[in-house]
Design a protein around this ligand. Structure first.
Ligand SMILES: CC(C)(COP(=O)(O)OP(=O)(O)OC[C@H]1O[C@@H](n2cnc3c(N)ncnc32)[C@H](O)[C@@H]1OP(=O)(O)O)[C@@H](O)C(=O)NCCC(=O)NCCSC(=O)C[C@H](O)C(=O)O
Ligand SMILES: [Mg+2]
Length: 290
């Protein structure tokens, strides 16, 4: 079940599962994915009602091209098992599991989903947001073929580390890198964490650029105002697309002439740069298809 083709996951929006208005509004937002949340955004008294709403929304088929996922409450909580059963029945694109910190947790979730009759199409997205998850990220990512995406939980990670949220995210960079290494080594996609200040679009954009430069496939979001900048900044730019085309063309010409290396704009281009240029073009085409 590992993703092969580049599926755009530039923008993945959380919405509180108890908020009917947000669930409705999401049908009109140009996001690549949605996380219908049963965990942090839902108060204990509202959990049962939210579970019903979210399951109905996920099963409705009304979200078009958007990937629809359900975030269940974490392993060990009073709601986890019921959430998994409801999610398995609803059959979303994925079940997002928070606070996964071992391969055993992933395997337990996989077994519970299968026992509850989850369709094969329902993947597992594992949130990595604890020190243990960071240190065992590779084992978590490789624990199941159903697991297709790692999701950073930067609020929980900062809390666990006693770290401060600062511009540039220096305290979190090791964790971000460990998740990326684990995802790329195992062929999983990987999404960056959320930006809490919904009014600060400039700061949000800076964090999108940082996430993209690191190699994240996209970012998780908490407010509709974050969607457009996120889509724009995680898609290949027109300049990148144009340069990628020139790289491929120049390399193909060089190969026909018996050369294995060439320069474009004064920079050395080898096979590996051509692979990267093809990845960029494939992603740009997939984004264009949206
Ligand atoms: C952050 C918010 C509480 C802000 O809410 P509010 O002040 O009400 O926003 P606005 O008035 O600006 O809303 C304008 C309209 O947009 C809709 N809206 C707002 N947020 C969403 C959303 N997430 N999805 C869909 N629609 C949304 C409002 O309904 C308004 O619509 P309308 O009335 O028609 O104009 C709020 O944005 C919010 O609740 N966001 C999500 C919070 C959330 O899900 N948090 C949990 C996930 S993050 C997390 O857990 C991180 C991770 O685990 C970690 O550890 O890091
Ligand atoms: Mg969290």
């Amino acid at each position: 079940m590992t993703d092969a083709a580049p599926r755009p996951r530039r923008s993945v929006l959380y919405m509180p599962g108890a908020n009917e208005r947000a669930l409705e509004k999401a049908k009109t937002l140009p996001v690549d994915g949605l996380i219908l949340d049963l965990e942090d955004a839902v108060a204990p008294d509202a959990k049962a009602d939210a579970r019903k709403r979210v399951a109905a929304a996920a099963a409705s088929g009304e979200y078009g091209h958007r990937e629809v996922t359900i975030r269940v409450n974490g392993p060990g909580t009073a709601w986890h098992d019921d959430d998994l059963r409801a999610a398995a029945e609803a059959g979303p694109d994925a079940v997002v599991v928070p606070k996964v910190d071992s391969a055993a947790t992933v395997v337990a979730v996989e077994r519970a989903l299968e026992a509850a009759g989850a369709p094969d199409r329902t993947a597992i997205w594992a949130m990595v947001e604890t020190p243990r998850a960071m240190l065992d990220a590779r084992e978590v990512a490789a624990a199941s073929e159903r697991l297709t995406v790692l999701v950073m939980g930067t609020n929980d990670l900062a809390k666990e580390l006693h770290a401060e949220h600062v511009p540039g995210r220096a305290p979190l960079l090791t964790g971000l890198s460990l998740a990326l290494l684990a995802a790329r080594e195992t062929g999983r996609a990987v999404l960056d964490g959320v930006y809490n200040d919904v009014k600060d679009i400039e700061g949000f954009e800076a964090e999108c650029v940082q996430g993209r430069q690191f190699g994240f496939d996209g970012k998780t979001l908490i407010h509709p105002a974050q969607v457009e900048p996120c889509n724009r900044l995680f898609a290949p730019s027109p300049e990148q697309v144009e340069r990628s085309r020139r790289i491929i063309e120049a390399f193909e010409t060089a190969t026909r002439e018996g050369r294995g290396v060439v320069t474009v704009d004064g920079r050395m281009i080898e096979n590996l740069h051509v692979d990267e240029a093809r990845r960029v073009l494939a992603l740009a085409a997939a984004v264009e298809g949206r």
